[in-house]
Design a binder for this molecule. Structure first.
Ligand SMILES: CC(C)(COP(=O)(O)OP(=O)(O)OC[C@H]1O[C@@H](n2cnc3c(N)ncnc32)[C@H](O)[C@@H]1OP(=O)(O)O)[C@@H](O)C(=O)NCCC(=O)NCCS
Length: 238
């Protein structure tokens, strides 16, 4: 699999809400995402999309190809004549089989307020957790915050959510307060966490080190393409 971090699009919302429901007891409704994407000039949302490697795509069955564009070329490539000397007559290359649609593995978002960025949400499909995708999204959000001019990043996290807290602490976030009874489903408190200043050489080094380690974990070229096409390009995409 290859992952790309890409801007969330309106047509992604149904799938994002599906992942959101699997992640949170108080999921955002569909229209909240629509409003964020359409109306907000101060927010940025991303998805980690999962693309199958070309080699992982099973060879097409003829029956499933009939009626699709390219079927004729595939069939004629298979039925091309054999030369008398037994060698294949060169034929036009068959078109690649249609790729299955890319799946959304996770998503995340930021609100920008003056020189601060606020992580509004981050979630990964339960069956794809502990493979580095949450970190890929979080590193992308932090990197994007820095690129778009934020000095620091903040967020709220449930007191009981130690997994997410671990991820944030890994990136140097520390707790700087508590919002009492912040979550309306069970009145749980929220920890308020803040990043260190993003624009110091020390933090840039930490980000570089983590991104290099993450690239290894996620298989170098895949992450490289995620960075190149994703977080970096976000600036241009919006
Ligand atoms: C939090 C969440 C996004 C992490 O995603 P993930 O893809 O599983 O995380 P990763 O595999 O990238 O792990 C990144 C870091 O998270 C922490 N972490 C992940 N799974 C963990 C676990 N089971 N136990 C403890 N720490 C864990 C670790 O610090 C890990 O770094 P490491 O691999 O160097 O130890 C995911 O668990 C999730 O979607 N949870 C539900 C939604 C949620 O709680 N969002 C946060 C709201 S504030």
């Amino acid at each position: 699999m290859r992952f790309a971090v890409e801007p969330m699009r309106l047509e992604d919302i149904d799938e994002v809400v599906e992942v959101e429901k699997a992640c949170f007891s108080l999921p955002w409704p569909l229209h909240a995402y629509r409003r964020e994407l359409q109306d907000s000039h101060t927010s940025r949302y991303i998805v980690a999309r999962m693309y199958p490697e070309p080699a992982e795509t099973p060879p097409p069955r003829l029956s499933s190809l009939s009626g699709q564009p390219g079927f004729r070329q595939t069939l004629s490539a298979l039925l091309r004549p054999i030369r008398r000397d037994g060698r294949d007559v060169p034929a036009e290359p068959a078109p690649p089989p249609p790729s299955p649609p890319a799946q959304i593995a996770g998503y995340g978002g930021l609100w920008f307020m003056l020189d601060e960025a606020h992580v509004t949400t981050i979630g990964v499909r339960p069956d794809l957790r502990q493979h580095g995708i949450g970190e890929l999204l979080f590193a992308s959000l932090t990197h994007m915050a820095r690129d778009l001019g934020a000095d620091r990043v903040t967020l709220e996290v449930r007191l009981s959510n130690l997994v997410a807290q671990n991820l944030y602490r890994k990136y140097g976030f520390t707790e700087e307060g508590i919002r009492r009874r912040y979550y309306s489903d069970n009145n749980e408190d929220a920890l308020i966490m803040w990043s260190p200043p993003l624009n110091t050489p020390e933090y840039q080094r930490l980000m570089d080190d983590f991104e290099a380690a993450l690239a290894k974990r996620l298989n170098g070229s895949m992450l490289k393409s995620a960075w190149d096409q994703g977080a970096w390009a976000l600036r241009r995409s919006w």
